[in-house]
Design a protein around this ligand. Sequence first.
Ligand code: C2E
Ligand code: MG
Ligand code: MG
Ligand code: MG
Length: 283
Amino acid sequence: KAKQEGRNNYQWYTNDLNLRLRERVHLRNELQKAIETEAFELYFQPKIEGCSGQVIGLEALLRWQHPQMGFISPATFVPIAEDTGQIIPLSQWVLETACRQLRDLLQQGIAAPSVAVNISTVQFRRINFVKSVQSALQKYQLKSEHLEIEITENVLFDNTEKAIEKLQRLKELGVNISIDDFGTGFSSLSYLKELPIDTVKIDRSFVQEINTDSRDAAITQGIISMAHHLRLNVVAEGVETEQQFKFLQQSNCDQYQGYYFAKPMPFEALKQYLMDEAARELP
Ligand code: C2E
Ligand code: MG
Ligand code: MG
Ligand code: MG
C-alpha cells in the first residue's frame, strides 16, 4: 500500500512540475512580448522619515499588467527574467524610466526626493553595471544623490571581493546603497563592516509580527542597534499598523515604508501626492 501511495505522490509531483514548467515557458514568452512593447510601468512607494514625518525617498517598483492574465507580481516574473536573461533589458528599462520620471518631476517644479531602484543580482554582476548607472544619470541630467540602489545580500555570494569593489565605485559616484530584505539572507554578518553601504532595510517578515512575537521584536531591535553602531541608516519595510510604527519608533528606527503611510502608486498619483505633501509642510 505504501508503494502505491508513493507512486501517487510521484504522479502528483510530476504533474505539478509539468504545470509549473509550462507556466514558466508561457510567462517567458509573454515577458518577451512585454519587453518589446514596453508594457511595464513603475509604481512609487514613499519612504518616510520618523522624526519629521517627511517623505525622504521613493522606491520604484516594477508593475506588469498582462492583457489577459491581469496583474502579475514582480516576485513571480523577476526570477523568471533572471533565469532567461530577460532581466537585462528589463532592468535597463527600470533604471532609465526611474531616472526619466524623476527628471520630469523636477522639471515640473515638484519637490521630489531621491528614487531607489531595486537591482537584480544578475544585473549587478554585469561588467558594465556601474557604467550603466552613470550613463542613466548623465542622460537625464540627475545628480548622483538623486539615485539610490537597493541590493540584497545575494550579490555578495560569489566573488565577494569583486562585489565590494563595485559597490565602492558606486559609492565614489555618490549613489546611496541599501541592503534590502536585511536579515533574510544566509550570509555572515561580518561582511557588513566591509561594505560601503548607507542603509539597511529590515525585511517585512520581521515587522509583520513585531507586536505579537517577541523573537521578531528582538531581531528587529538587534538589527537597529547594530546598524546604528555601524553608523548605518535603518528603514523598516512593510509597516502596516500604528502599533508596528510605535514599536519601531520606540526602537529608534530611522525611516519607514509601508501601507500605513502610503501604498506604491502610479506616476500620476505620485505627482499629486508630492504636491499635497509640499503644501502640508508649508507653515
Ligand atoms: P522589495 O524591494 O523588498 O519591495 C517591497 C515589497 O513590499 C513591494 O512588493 C511592496 O509593494 C511591498 N510592500 C510595501 N509596503 C507593504 C506593506 O505595508 N504591506 C505589504 N504586505 N507589502 C508591502 P512588490 O512591488 O510586489 O515587489 C516585490 C519584490 O519584487 C521587491 O521586493 C523586489 O525584490 C522585486 N522588485 C520589484 N520591482 C523590481 C525591479 O524594478 N527590479 C528588480 N530587480 N526587482 C524588483
Ligand atoms: Mg526594495
Ligand atoms: Mg525589501
Ligand atoms: Mg522584502
